[in-house]
Each structure stands twice: as C-alpha cells, then as structure tokens.
Design a protein around this ligand. Structure first.
Ligand SMILES: [Zn+2]
Length: 135
C-alpha cells in the first residue's frame, strides 16, 4: 500500500482504455500525483529510410536521429489523446519516452498530452482540434 511514486519511478498505475469523446482514450482508474511517471510510450525502432516516407500517427522521436513507431499492441500509451490543455506530458531521457503527470489526476480522468505542432501540421490542421478546450 506504500508504493513510492515519484518522478523517478515508473508507476504501476491502474489504467484502462475506454471510449472517449474522440474515439478511444486512456483513463486513470485511480488518482495519480503531480510529477509521477505514469507509463512509457514504447514502440518498434523505425529505420532512417522509413523516417522520411512514413508519416504515421504513432511515430515518436526518441533522439535526434532515432524514432519509434508506437503502433504495437503492448503500447497502451498509444491510446492517449491530444489536448491543448493536457494533464500529462511526453518526455524522457534520450532514447525513451515517458508519460508524466503535469498535475494531480483524479480517478476517472482521461489522460492527455499535447502532441505538438508537427503532428497538427501533418494530421489534424489547427482548425479541427477536438480537445475539450477547442470543441
Ligand atoms: Zn485543442
């Protein structure tokens, strides 16, 4: 009952994929403290040749030249939706991507992070963001 959940440990949180306003989303089934590392965004490495031709929605830069494709079944973080007022951020030391809580997250809340400008340019366009702030 006394698990340490700080910035530096990857939490073993109870998360669930459920229907959200924009399709599927990832929801916290318990409260999560501000600054906690919630889960890791994992994927398969993407070759340099692929980086240029592929503009898939699940690509994530993990370094200056390295990229992963998170569209794999074990990567729960791929269900996290974009928000312009997110409760999480995606960040991490070179080579890895961690989803961390920007503020305290209540039980039942959907996890979101800001996908960033590059994603918008490629996939959404600034006019059609469907996050709670823009809807
Ligand atoms: Zn928005």
């Amino acid at each position: 009952m006394n698990k340490q959940r700080t910035k530096y440990t990857l939490g073993d949180y109870n998360l669930r994929v459920k229907r959200s306003a924009t399709g599927k989303g990832l929801f916290a089934q318990e409260s999560i403290g501000k600054g906690s590392r919630i889960l890791e965004y994992t994927g398969r490495p993407v070759s340099e040749a692929e980086q240029y031709k592929d503009s898939g929605k699940y690509l994530f830069w993990t370094g200056k030249k390295s990229m992963i494709n998170g569209n794999i079944p074990s990567n729960k973080a791929r269900y996290i939706n974009h928000s312009c007022v997110p409760n999480c951020e995606a960040d991490g030391p070179e080579g890895r991507v961690f989803i961390s809580a920007l503020r305290k997250i209540k039980k039942g809340e959907e996890l979101t992070y800001n996908y960033g400008e590059e994603y918008f340019d490629k996939h959404i366009g600034t006019q059609s963001c469907r996050c709670p702030k823009c809807r």
